[in-house]
Design a protein. Structure first.
Length: 385
């Protein structure tokens, strides 16, 4: 909380209204699937405790999962939920007025998934004497360097990711439905290990196959895998809301020359970038190593190759702060954590491998222990004969 208030002070913000559930969790421990309705954490720069404001039926969830005094957990009536006349931000404005916060400089997460245009309109209408400032990603940047406990959670997530990837690779076969593989992935993610279970990841398994591997963000269907299919598997382990994503590519039967060669390029570039990482270098320098490496084989990639990550909720496990891309001069520090995902997607096919890593004191440590290669599965018996 102290670092958040220090950042608020540097931005000239006296009251910060937080709607991102990951930031709410980070500051208070709140953990519930209630972000589909409006909820908010009010951090006041000169008050020791923040105030949680949410739906009435979720107030006991805040009492159960946060360290807040119960009097700092305030709920709005259910007639504010998805109403055409009332809005939760009307209630928030009323509370802020009652506690003497209506004439202050107020920060809001304008570019959060969970803060709508209507939220801002109703807040401004209810707090006409306030000065509003954009506080998007203010708390996210505070979260960039992880604590030892957070690193412990992410390492556990990494172990779940490796075990889940093994399940996925073993399950993909010609004649097997994509949805059945997805079901096994979910079971592995949530079952976790014998020592600890898994949590639900913020992103569903991404698993395009065949020509669909030309794009990364497709899920599954009830189609059956076929001989010759290239299959991309991007999934994550998640432990106590902390993520460790992992991506690999496999081929059923003999890979084409194009896919085989592209996989070599991606793996070489990924290895070079991973080996280069150490404290003191910038995000853009990491990307430059990847870009220079793949350029030797005639390939280019315009998009970023990674991003900071850790604690999160749907629809994304990324922190929306530092990115491994040209122009990002964020300096790497120990215990920053990233998902490096330098896939290459062409018109008819693609290859994707990724690693989640933490910046260590001398280099970097990948969070999942899983072979970094193109996996080749046997073709069907009918095809072999």
């Amino acid at each position: 909380m102290l670092k958040t208030k220090e950042r608020m002070a540097s931005e000239g913000i006296e009251v910060m209204l937080i709607t991102d559930p990951a930031n709410m969790h980070y500051l208070t421990g709140y953990d519930g699937w209630s972000f589909y309705v409006h909820q908010m954490l009010v951090v006041m720069i000169d008050e020791e405790q923040p105030i949680w404001i949410g739906r009435g039926q979720d107030a006991n969830g805040a009492k159960a999962t946060t360290w807040l005094y119960h009097q700092n957990i305030i709920s709005y009536p259910d007639d504010h939920v998805q109403s055409l006349t009332k809005h939760p931000m009307d209630f928030v404005a009323k509370i802020l007025t009652e506690i003497g916060q209506s004439k202050r400089v107020i920060g809001v997460e304008k570019d959060s998934y969970y803060f709508t245009a209507m939220c801002f309109i109703r807040l401004k209408a209810g707090l006409p004497n306030a000065v509003f400032k954009d506080g998007t990603n203010l708390v996210n940047w505070v979260r960039l360097v992880k604590s030892p406990k957070e690193i412990e959670y992410m390492k556990k997530a990494g172990k779940i990711a490796g075990m889940t990837m093994q399940t996925a690779v073993e399950s993909v076969e010609a004649g097997v439905r994509e949805c059945d593989v997805a079901a096994k992935i979910y079971r592995a993610q949530i079952s976790g290990t014998k020592e600890y279970g898994g949590d639900y990841p913020a992103i569903v398994p991404l698993m395009p196959a065949g020509r669909k591997t030309s794009t990364p963000h497709l899920t599954w269907s009830d189609d059956c895998y076929k001989d010759g299919d290239t299959v991309i598997l991007e999934l994550a382990g998640c432990y106590k809301r902390y993520h460790a994503p992992l991506a690999r590519t496999l081929v059923i039967g003999q890979p084409s020359h194009e896919v085989s060669e592209l996989s070599k390029v991606v793996i070489e570039g990924l290895n070079a970038a991973i080996d280069f990482i150490k404290p003191g270098i910038t995000c853009e320098e990491v990307e430059a190593v990847w870009r220079t490496t793949i350029a030797k084989s005639g390939f280019t990639k315009d998009s970023r190759i990674g991003y900071s990550l850790g604690l999160n909720y749907p629809p994304d496990w990324g922190e929306h702060t530092a990115s491994l891309r040209q122009g990002d001069k964020t300096v790497l520090q120990p215990n920053m954590t990233f998902h490096m995902i330098p896939g290459i997607w062409l018109d008819d096919y693609g290859v994707e491998l990724s690693e989640s890593f933490r910046v260590s004191e001398a280099g970097c440590e990948v969070l999942a222990d899983y072979p970094r290669e193109l996996f080749v599965k046997p073709a069907s018996i009918e095809d072999v004969s």
